[in-house]
Structures are given as structure tokens and as C-alpha cells.
Design a protein around this ligand. Structure first.
Ligand code: SF4
Length: 332
């Protein structure tokens, strides 16, 4: 089986039945909320499932994918489009220009997991046409020096589709950087194929002062199984800078020991913690929210215990704001 067939087969084999999810972990059937699963279906790879502890209803990986009753409770401050992305009529929904000099491409709706706290969980599913991206004027604007590939998860595109996208970007002389935001190497480490690494390498070598970055979305040290770390190592060996981003989640990583272990494990494996995100206030995810004061307190403790490069920036995205709000670090 080719590398490409292998990771796609893992997607086809993913668990989508909530009853199977709890049964395979020897948990009671009523651990899952059928209504929450109906509103936002289960999707989790078997590789990720194998990293969960059977019989533990509080497993930090399980809590990220398990539909629970708590999702059904309504909260006035939590809405379906917390960042106002669907409300902006001036912007094509496939191409967002949220930041100065950077353009964000929504390349696909698909992901290799359905995170229960996803801020796009209520977005209508639509077909993202790459052809549309190629005719997008904002990409040709010489001020756009960085292209951020987002989604969904851009690594859900096949290597053939990505090849087309990268060829196109190579032809845009003003684009110096491509940044790929992805959770796929955590869900299916085999997604980091030789062909994929070759694409990034080719982009880097296509002109002077060009780089392709990968931002790995990872929330708990248990997600960093040896095969995931091997995938991170392959990216780093290929010359690709690897950064990470984490969402601060109640009951999952809202304590010093877990975050310390996560960030230390990342830097020890050549991934630099970049962002720690305050939860986006999306409807159905209020039970994941950690008070900001607690987040700041955790950050201060981490700063006292880790080198500066191992402590991410604590940030929050706000609808209508051109970029992230950086929450203060000590001494700032
Ligand atoms: S991987 Fe990211 S975009 Fe995909 S479901 Fe999870 S949080 Fe949402």
C-alpha cells in the first residue's frame, strides 16, 4: 500500500459511531449524548483512540471527542460564529484577510477529527474549490507576503491537490512564507509522507528567502505518541520549522503539570510552542472554558519553570479585531 493510500485508509476506518467509541473503551453507553452527537457527529481516528485509557471517562483525549450532555446547555455569551467569519459580507469565505500582510485560505471543511470545542463546528459544510483560490485577487496583491493554509485541515487535501496549490504559490514572487495549520500529524502521523515533505522543500528552494512552516495543533502530552514525535522529527529533519498551538481546555490541560509536560516534550522534539489559545466562545463548548485569570496564572508559573522559547504566547481571538489579542506575560 502506498503512503498516500495508507493515511487515506485510516480516514476511511475512523470511528463515527458514538456507541462504538464508548464500547471500544469499555465505558457505559450513557457516557455519550445521542443528541450532542446528532448535532455534531463523532469522527476520531483509531490511532488517536488507541492513545486513550480504557475505562477512564475523564481521559483527556476522549473528552476532546466525546459528545456530552454539557454541549446542550445554552449560554448567552457562546454563539455559532464567535469570530464573526460568516458575517463579513466583504470577504469571500474561502479567503480571509484577517491580518496585515497575510492571507488565510480555507482550503477544505474536512478534518481528521471532530473536536467538540471547534469554533467552526456550526459552519455549513461547503465545497472549497481550489480553482476559486487561483482566481482570488487578494493572493496576487504584492503586499501579501505570507499565505496561511487553514480549514478544516489543509493536510486533508491530497498530495496531488497540495502540489497544485504549492506550484501556484511558487509563481507568486511576493509570497515568502507558507504556513500550514494542521492537526493531522497528531491524528494520523503517517500523513507526513515523503511526497508532502518534498512539496514543502520544493517551495523553500523555489526562490531566495522562502520558507514553509508547520503549526501543529496539539492539546495534551498524551497526544504525542512516539509515532507522532517521529513525524515531527521527519519534518524538522527536512528543514521545516515546526511550531505548535494549543487550546486551553477545562478538564484537559488546565493545570501546570500537563502544560509543562506538553511544552517540554514539544521543545525536546524540535517543535516550538507558539500559541496557547483562550477558548473561542462557540455554542456547545462552554464547559471547556478556563477563566482567563487562571490561564494567566498558569502562564506565569510556566515562565518561571521553562526557558522563554518553551512558553507560548497566550492569545485570544475576538470578532472584528484584526489579529489576536496577546494576553500579558509577566513583566509586560
Ligand atoms: S482540527 Fe481544528 S478545525 Fe478541525 S475540528 Fe479540530 S479544532 Fe476544528
Amino acid at each position: 500500500m502506498s503512503e498516500s493510500d495508507f493515511w487515506q485508509k485510516q480516514l476511511q476506518d475512523a470511528v463515527t459511531d458514538p456507541a462504538e467509541l464508548v464500547r471500544s473503551l469499555r465505558l457505559p453507553e450513557d457516557a455519550v449524548s445521542a443528541e450532542a452527537a446528532r448535532r455534531y457527529p463523532v469522527f476520531v481516528t483509531r490511532s488517536y483512540l488507541r492513545r486513550m485509557e480504557p475505562g477512564n471517562l475523564n481521559d483527556p483525549l476522549l473528552l476532546q471527542v466525546l459528545p456530552r450532555e454539557a454541549e446542550l446547555s445554552e449560554h448567552a455569551d457562546f454563539c455559532c460564529d464567535p469570530l464573526g467569519e460568516l458575517e463579513n459580507p466583504d470577504q469571500c469565505p474561502d479567503v480571509l484577510q484577517k491580518y496585515q500582510g497575510r492571507v488565510l485560505l480555507l482550503t477544505t471543511d474536512s478534518c481528521a477529527v471532530h473536536c467538540r470545542f471547534c469554533f467552526r463546528r456550526h459552519f455549513p459544510k461547503k465545497h472549497h474549490s481550489l480553482e476559486h483560490v487561483f482566481t482570488e485577487n487578494r493572493l496576487r496583491n504584492p503586499d501579501m507576503r505570507e499565505v496561511i493554509l487553514s480549514g478544516g485541515d489543509p493536510l486533508m487535501l491530497t498530495d496531488r491537490q497540495l502540489k497544485k496549490l504549492f506550484y501556484y504559490m511558487e509563481e507568486l514572487p511576493h509570497v515568502n512564507r507558507v504556513r500550514v495549520h494542521t492537526r493531522l500529524p497528531v491524528m494520523i502521523p503517517e500523513r507526513v509522507t515523503e511526497e508532502l515533505l518534498g512539496l514543502f522543500q520544493k517551495f523553500r528552494q523555489s526562490a531566495a528567502n522562502r520558507s514553509a512552516f508547520l503549526v501543529l495543533h496539539v492539546n495534551h502530552p498524551n497526544e504525542l505518541a512516539p509515532e507522532v514525535l517521529a513525524a515531527v522529527g521527519k519534518m524538522a529533519d527536512s528543514g521545516m520549522p515546526v511550531l505548535s498551538q494549543t487550546v486551553l481546555l477545562k478538564g484537559i490541560n488546565d493545570n501546570f503539570a500537563t502544560l509543562f509536560e506538553l511544552f517540554e516534550k514539544l521543545v525536546n522534539n524540535r517543535a516550538i510552542p507558539y500559541y496557547l489559545h483562550q477558548l473561542d466562545r462557540v455554542a456547545g463548548a462552554s464547559h471547556f472554558e478556563v477563566p482567563m485569570e487562571q490561564g494567566l496564572c498558569l502562564l506565569r508559573k510556566l515562565q518561571d519553570s521553562l526557558p522563554g522559547f518553551a512558553v507560548p504566547r497566550y492569545v485570544q481571538e475576538t470578532a472584528g479585531m484584526p489579529g489576536k489579542v496577546h494576553l500579558p506575560r509577566s513583566g509586560e
